[in-house]
Design a protein around this ligand. Structure first.
Ligand code: SF4
Ligand code: SF4
Length: 114
């Protein structure tokens, strides 16, 4: 939970402890399973995700990990099962790396399709 006022109860009715920002799970998108539909991007309440490439032909990437509240909306809505929540080393995370990985994958697809 991220509530600073500790006002959220868990499923057993106990007050949920606050999870420090650095310890929260973040969405990790498997580019090979993503079809670029963009639904997770539209659903994210904090605009943490972006599309690399064209709609329905690109790959979703996490660009704002600090804004992510681990709500799992993106995981639940993805019909391809392409998103998993995992710990993320915020000190090492660079959205440019994910963007480059997605770009490489998309370029490979384009080459195969030619
Ligand atoms: S909802 Fe799933 S398939 Fe669609 S863009 Fe997001 S990760 Fe990719
Ligand atoms: S877990 Fe929630 S806040 Fe984080 S990227 Fe997914 S939808 Fe956005």
């Amino acid at each position: 939970m991220i509530c600073d006022d500790l006002a959220v109860e868990d499923e057993l009715g106990c007050l949920a402890p606050r999870v420090p920002r650095g310890d929260r799970l973040r969405p990790v998108i498997e580019p090979a399973m993503c079809n670029g539909c963009g639904i997770c991007i539209a659903y994210c309440p904090f605009a943490c995700l972006e599309l690399e490439g064209a709609l329905n032909a690109g790959v979703a990437i996490l660009t704002e990990p600090l804004a992510c509240v681990s709500c799992r909306e993106c995981v639940e809505i993805c019909m391809k099962g392409a998103i998993a929540m995992r710990p993320l080393d915020l000190g090492r995370f660079d959205p440019a790396d994910d963007r480059a990985r997605a770009r490489t994958l998309l370029d490979d697809y384009l080459e195969v399709g030619e």
